[in-house]
Design a binder for this molecule. Structure first.
Ligand code: SF4
Ligand code: SF4
Length: 384
């Protein structure tokens, strides 16, 4: 398959979805493992490895190959965890989909960046034989001392930046990102989220300089709105104390997004910049009103698969739809049954938990071109 042909099919399927057609999803979020050696204070995934039996039942590599063969329509996959690279056969998991999905265009995974050599080895190997674009985001949560406290690992920040530098050398400037989720806030550490963003960006560049590596620009520094998810992160809001998820935290997140938006961006493509601008514009709306104007694409162009083969609409909504182990590893029968049962209507009516995470927001932006253009024209103005 030529790349042009694959992109044409992706555009055609996305436009068909925008017109209301309910075909096979183009994008999957696949949790390859819940193993993780970070100890983040806002996420319970890492605790699972210490609970007897909690990691049992992960899809084996042979089963992953069956999933890939049974769902060859996928064109964009976010492999996630846990820490995806803590699964020793992670490169083979990715290759299983690259082999079985002829129109696969984009492979992305986030990493905690702890095991620099192993991650770099996996990324370099995949880059050598993947036809799809490979994008990697290395996660940090603040400047070094705060980051290390939030992520529960000594020198975590230094490891993450070392990994970012190595991965960027392997896959190129346009494919490596630092991702900062805005967990900390003045209620928890005395500094506003915007001040932390500035300090973190500066600290990343100081650490890169210490290693003799080139600095990053703001275009390589992504901010994420923090979310809650019982079936994924196992975390909870603390709005009563004006903490995580509370009104003061949400206002700070909005201010931090506005601050990052005001920084100069170099080198990013026109489409990428437009999508990022729409994401931020709608993030402001979501933070102020709890809902974006752009309809969610879950169960339309996107789906979520757990490490045990359970299909869900998305990362956030704890609504299991059935297990691929009972359908010959095909997701479509479960997705179609959920559509018939009205799950998609519940989503379009805004009766799901509602969210605006990049995993789900970017495909939603693509599947709603008219509303996205309106959001682009409006820009990230205040909704307060
Ligand atoms: S947020 Fe990510 S890196 Fe942190 S414990 Fe959870 S899975 Fe691991
Ligand atoms: S808007 Fe609802 S269905 Fe869509 S990703 Fe968020 S929680 Fe899931």
């Amino acid at each position: 398959m030529s790349k042009f042909g694959s992109w044409s099919r992706f555009a055609g399927r996305t436009l068909a979805a925008a017109a209301g057609a309910h075909g096979a999803p183009t994008k999957l979020v696949f949790v390859v493992t819940k193993r993780c050696h970070s100890r983040c204070v806002y996420c319970d995934i890492w605790k699972e490895k210490d609970i007897p039996g909690a990691l049992d039942g992960e899809l084996s590599l042979e089963e992953v190959r069956s999933v890939a063969r049974a769902n060859p329509f996928l064109q964009w996959i976010d492999f996630t965890g846990g820490e995806p690279t803590d699964r020793p056969d992670f490169p083979e998991v990715v290759r299983a989909f690259a082999t079985a999905c002829p129109d696969l265009l984009l492979v992305h995974f986030p990493t905690n960046g702890l095991a620099t050599d192993r991650i770099n080895r996996m990324v370099s190997g995949l880059r050598a034989d993947l036809r799809a674009r490979l994008v990697v985001t290395v996660s940090v949560d603040g400047p070094p001392e705060l980051n290390d406290r939030l992520r529960g690992v000594r020198r975590d920040f230094a490891h993450a930046v070392a990994t970012f530098a190595a991965v960027r050398s392997a896959i190129g400037l346009r494919n490596a990102f630092i991702g900062m989720t805005l967990h900390a806030h003045s209620g928890s550490c005395g500094e506003t989220s915007a001040a932390l963003v500035e300090r973190t960006f500066t600290a990343v560049n100081e650490e890169l300089a210490r290693r003799g590596a080139a600095p990053i620009g703001w275009e390589a520094f992504h901010l994420n709105v923090p979310h809650l998810s019982q079936h994924y992160y196992g975390n909870q809001a603390a709005p009563a104390k004006d903490g995580f998820g509370g009104p003061a935290h949400r206002a700070e997140v909005a201010a931090a997004l506005a601050y990052a938006a005001s920084r100069p961006k170099m080198g990013a493509g026109l489409v990428e910049r437009a999508v990022e601008r729409i994401y931020r514009a709608e993030a402001h709306r979501y933070l102020a009103r709890g809902r974006s104007r752009i309809p969610c694409a879950a169960l339309q162009t996107t789906a979520y698969l757990s490490e045990r083969g359970e299909v869900y609409p998305c990362t956030i909504w704890n609504k299991p739809l059935g297990n691929v182990r009972k359908t010959g590893y095909a997701m479509l029968p479960l997705i179609e049954a959920a559509r018939v049962a009205g799950v998609r209507q519940t989503i379009t009516a805004g009766k799901c938990p509602n969210c605006w995470t990049p995993c789900e927001a970017y495909p939603a932006i693509l599947a709603a071109p008219l509303r996205s253009v309106l959001a682009l024209l409006r820009g990230p103005r205040s909704e307060a």
